[in-house]
Design a protein around this ligand. Structure first.
Ligand SMILES: *Cc1c(COP(=O)(O)O)cnc(C)c1O
Length: 398
């Protein structure tokens, strides 16, 4: 593979000496669960986001689960989720016996469509989980207004967007809770599983801290039924080594995205999505159309957004995605489909009432068109050129 989709060692190896020192410090202390190392990372990241509380968790998924538990989500409560996201967003809702109600997404930014979300609110709707997919914020000003109008709990899934911002502020810092993930392929990737929950609400944060540790406070006295959702000290110590570099990682991802977009837009086969939104429920779907009929549609940063580019996700319309995959494989360019099936079509949700399942037309279309290409910070200029050239060659041949 000339250009892998991901290269985790390329980021970690230059920090090997510092990481070894961090490992030895924790190893020799013998204190592996929560403790000082976790508290230091929590303080570091709370400062970074400008939130009052940051609470280390065993994974992004567990942070989301514990957020829903602390928010008091009950069986049969309805929770609005985008149909186009990683499974965990809706999986956590269902694990509590609550009902994910799938909302269509915007073809331009891949995120939950506010007007469709509002349409799907019923008397049972308790919460909404916008996801800031691929590193760009969902439409938070609109979503915060909807949550306020309908008295919904808002929990942000910022697993792919730690450090991204929208006109409303930092992703993960705007709802009752926000979560992020340290899965190794995320922008702030650990050496294993880990996650963090953010909140500005003192009462809510205290409840999360209890639930993270079996609902106990003090030890062995359980006011709540919680679980083991704790972050390891080792994981926290290793992550803390990377935090000072985080802004430069983001800047490099942004430079890589800008390189692709600049190179590719010089060719008529590439275009940006012009329509403000194509979700079928959205009033603006009658808006502008693309001028040309591009072979590949590029991702874009919306005005006044700080995009951190967890993925650079192309759309390949007209049933050409498989052909492009074959071409990229032959050229040694890594790629992946995030995500191949809209959540409203997943087998595990087929028992949900029909009003939960759609229609999510844009989500289904995206699932059939998207293809992500390498965007990690350590890509060389040569590697970026190989990717861009492979895409251009494909369009010229097809
Ligand atoms: C990665 C991810 C999660 C889950 O994070 P884990 O740490 O892997 O459990 C949740 N939501 C989204 C959108 C993600 O990308």
């Amino acid at each position: 593979m000339r250009v892998p989709l991901l290269d985790v060692p390329a980021q970690n190896l230059p920090l090997e000496a510092e990481m070894q020192a961090a490992f030895l410090r924790v190893f020799r202390s013998g204190r592996f669960i929560l403790g000082e190392e976790v508290e230091m990372l929590e303080n570091q990241l709370a400062g970074f986001l400008g939130v009052k509380h940051a609470i280390g968790c065993s994974s992004g998924t567990d942070a989301l689960l514990v957020a829903l538990m602390a928010a008091g989500i009950q069986p049969s409560d309805e929770v609005l989720c985008p149909a186009f996201t990683f499974f965990a967003t809706a999986g956590c809702v269902r694990r509590l016996g609550a009902v994910p109600v799938f909302v269509d997404v915007c073809a331009r930014c891949f995120n939950i469509e506010p007007s469709d979300a509002e349409k799907k609110i019923t008397a049972k709707t308790r919460a909404m989980i916008p996801v800031h997919l691929f590193g760009q914020s969902a439409a938070m000003p609109e979503l915060l207004a909807i949550a306020e109008r309908h008295n919904l709990v808002l929990i942000e899934d910022a697993a792919q967007a730690f450090g991204a911002t929208s006109p409303a502020g930092s992703c993960g810092a705007l709802g009752l809770a926000g979560i992020t993930s340290f899965f190794p392929s995320k922008n702030l990737g650990g050496c294993g599983d880990g996650g963090m929950l953010f909140s500005n609400d003192d009462y809510f944060a205290a409840k999360v801290r209890m639930l993270r540790n079996h609902g106990a406070e003090p030890k062995y006295y359980h006011a709540l039924v919680g679980g083991n959702f704790r972050l390891d000290a080792l994981q926290a110590a290793l992550l803390a080594v990377k935090v000072p570099h985080y802004e430069s990682y983001t800047a490099q991802r942004q430079a890589n995205a800008a390189f692709y977009t600049q190179e590719l837009l010089q060719h008529p086969d590439f275009a940006l999505e012009q329509a403000p939104c194509q979700a079928e429920s959205c009033a603006c779907s009658q808006g502008g159309q693309r001028q040309s009929d591009p072979k590949i549609i590029l991702p874009q940063t919306l005005p006044d957004h700080f995009h951190i580019w967890n993925q650079y996700t192309l759309r390949v319309p007209n049933g050409q995605r498989d052909a492009l995959r074959q071409h990229l494989a032959a050229e040694g360019v890594g790629h992946e489909i995030y995500y191949p099936l809209s959540l409203d079509e997943q087998t595990c949700f087929s028992d949900l009432p029909s009003h939960c399942l759609g229609p999510c037309k844009t989500s289904r279309r995206l699932a059939s068109e998207v293809l992500s290409v390498p965007i990690y910070p350590e890509l060389s200029r040569d590697q970026l050129s190989i990717v861009a050239k492979a895409l251009i060659d494909f369009c010229e041949k097809n």
